[in-house]
Each structure stands twice: as C-alpha cells, then as structure tokens.
Design a protein around this ligand. Sequence first.
Ligand code: P5A
Length: 430
Amino acid sequence: MRLSKSLIPTLKETPAEAQIVSHRLMLRAGMVRQMASGIYAWLPLGQRVLAKIAQIVREEQDAAGAEEVLMPTIQSADLWRESGRYDAYGKEMLRITDRHERELLFGPTNEEMITAIMRDSIKSYRELPQIPYHIQWKFRDEVRPRFGVLRGREFLMKDAYSFDLDREGAVVAYKKMMLAYMRTFQRIGITAIPMRADTGQIGGDLSHEFHVLAPTGESGVFYDAAFEAGDATSATDIEAFYEQMTTIYAATDEKHDLAAWDKIPAERKREGRGIEVGQIFYFGTKYSEAMNFAVTGPDGQKFFPEMGSYGIGVSRLVGAIIEAKHDEAGIIWPDAIAPFKAAILNLRQGDATTDALCEKIYASFGNEALYDDREERAGAKFAEADLLGHPWQIIIGPRGAVNGMVELKRRATGERFELPVEEALAKVRG
Ligand code: P5A
C-alpha cells in the first residue's frame, strides 16, 4: 500500500478515552475506530493484523485435525431453551425480535448451535470423532466494555467443539487442542502460559486458560521459567507435551497454591501479569444430553457424545500482542503477524533516482510493504514508521540511491545496516 493513498488515520495526540497502552496505540496508529461502546471498525492496518492472526489460528486448527465451518452470528432463542441457557445467560446476551415476533439473539458462543448441527448430521459412532470450528464475531453485552478490543462487546473468536465416543477420546481432543494453542501462540511470537481454570458459564470439570505475559495484564501470574523455554512447534508426542504443560507450575493470583510454588527452584520462579487470550473446556455430555444428541454405539445402544469447547480471542489477541510488544515510540509487531513486512521510507520524494529505487523495491514486495510516499519531512516518516511498528524500515535517500545502497532499521532492536539493495531485501525476507 502507498501511505499517501491508504486509510491509516494516525493521531498525533493521545486519545483521552483510552486508559491502556494497546488501546492508545491502536487508535493512534489508525488501526481501529470505536463505532459504539465496545464495538469497533477495523481499518486496513488493524484488519491486516486480524487476518494474519486468524490465518495462523486456522492453520494450527487444521493441523490438529479440526475442520472449518462458518455458523451464523444470529441464533434462535429456542436452541438456547433446549440447553437451558437462554434464561441463565442473563443480560450479557443481546436478544433480538424479528418482524414475526420470533426471538433471536446475537450469539455469545456456539455450543448449542453446533450440537444441533451435529444432531442432524451424525448418527453413528463411526462418524466420530469430529472437531468443527469457526472464526466468527460474537456479541456479549459486557457491563463495562473497556481497554479497547481487549474487552469489547462485539469480538472475533475462534471456537472449536469436539465430539467423541468416550471420555478418553475427549481428553485426547483436549490435549491436542492445548498443543495446537501453544503452537499458535509460539508462531505468533508471544509467550502464553496455560493454567487450570474455572469453567464458569460454559460448564464442565476440566478447563485451562491461556495467558499472554504483558506487564499491564489484568491478572497476576505465577509461573515456572520452563514455560518460557518450551518449544511447542517441535513437540510431537501429545501426551508427553500435555504432561509437561500441566506439571510445570503456573497459577493466577486467585489460585495461588503455595505448596506447589514452593517446590519450584528459586532461580526458576517467575511472577508476571497476564491477559487471557484463550480458554479450553471439557464438559462431557452436558450439551449432548440436554439437547438429546445421541448416536448409535458399536453395541447398537444409543449414547451421548462427549464434548469439549475451545476458544481463542482473535480480536483480543491484537490488543494483547501490543501490550506485550511496544515501546515509547509505538508498536513492535512480531514478524509473523505484522500488517506489513516492511515500510519503505522515501526521504526525498520527487528526486528521480530516489523515487525510481523506492518504486522498484515497493513493486518487489507485492502487497507486503507500506510505501511512505508522502511529501513529508524525514523525521515525520521515521516517527510514523516507529508508531505503526513494521518489523523493518527500508530507508532510501538520494545519496545512497545513486549507488544502489539503502539503510535498514530493525524496529525491535533499533539496529541499523547500510546495505546494497539486494542484500537488504534478502535480510527483510529472512
Ligand atoms: C470456548 C469456545 C468460550 O466462550 N465457548 C466456545 C467457550 N470461552 S470464553 O473463555 O468465554 O471465550 C473464549 C475467548 O474469547 C475471548 N473473549 C473476549 N475477547 C474480547 N472481548 C470480550 N468481551 C471477550 N470475551 C471473551 C477471550 O480471549 C476468551 O479466552
């Protein structure tokens, strides 16, 4: 994209309504605009990050054997009457009446809907196990929407649902999802800590939350340094990985177990703060039974499939990543989910040689570079590139351009390199 022609409405002033750094930076960088309390429009820069996170989430769900579907945002109240959650959900549910006086709602989650779909489609144990998932907008009428996209009312979630023959199978699905989650967060470029959690509204007897470490996180997190060193992408044995993740100690401040904490060697004890970006649940036959979803087993008898559900807050992740990765000057995007791989900064707009080199470099990136082609001072271009957080800045001025030389800046470290164009481009492409 050419900066002069794109919809990136950056702000010079710090917006007064934003209390937290990620919210301030998302507004200042022109990533989002609030349309109503807790409801955001995603502008090009924000949308690109959201799409890249969703794509990594998708690839890891697919790799874990889950299958993508797309369920609607609007659901029928009757579905929720079947599970008994229509009344229980209370004011957090946005209820809608259509022109025929039929009761609908904007889905806060999809356990009921997916169970109804499976009830229609799956008749025999031979068709199990299944893990359908989708990436879809949810609505929860939070009492206090705040911190921008971290606690919105409308938010993007990846939600997966597992259906198995028995508890053993369901627990295997649960462990697979834990590994998929750790791989997802590692690929995104953040450290996330899994810890035992309450099951709340969703119900069930086994649950983990995943917290991204960030100094501004809502909950205090106590953990073993082994989590930071873990490598989920190379883990192959699901059982061993789960065993490792659940025996290393981690807890939030509400659930602090002093006995377990004391067992961690002092040099491995870590205290930090965390933002919950995902939660997984095993809840057995809670929904299959309530909604009478029974299939025929190997013995000809009907049984209720064992279920779990698995959520990642895709839009919340955008804010959480910024909380974890920023400095005084702005955002520092991890390479994998940066809106652009690089910014191209033309320091002498209108100089034929400089313009030509910038255009050539820009063309070589397809849609993966943001070309700052504005008639602006160099200082303004540097500040804007730092604010928007591109992993690399390719800085091109008239003196270098005549010799085919550019300056490269790595946003995360501030390192600078003077390089011939081709070498610089090779470095950016990694
Ligand atoms: C699991 C998938 C569920 O809803 N049902 C389907 C289960 N779990 S959850 O923990 O309630 O939500 C999953 C993740 O969604 C994000 N999230 C939010 N993000 C932004 N704003 C909100 N108001 C909000 N509420 C939940 C969180 O990341 C959560 O872990």
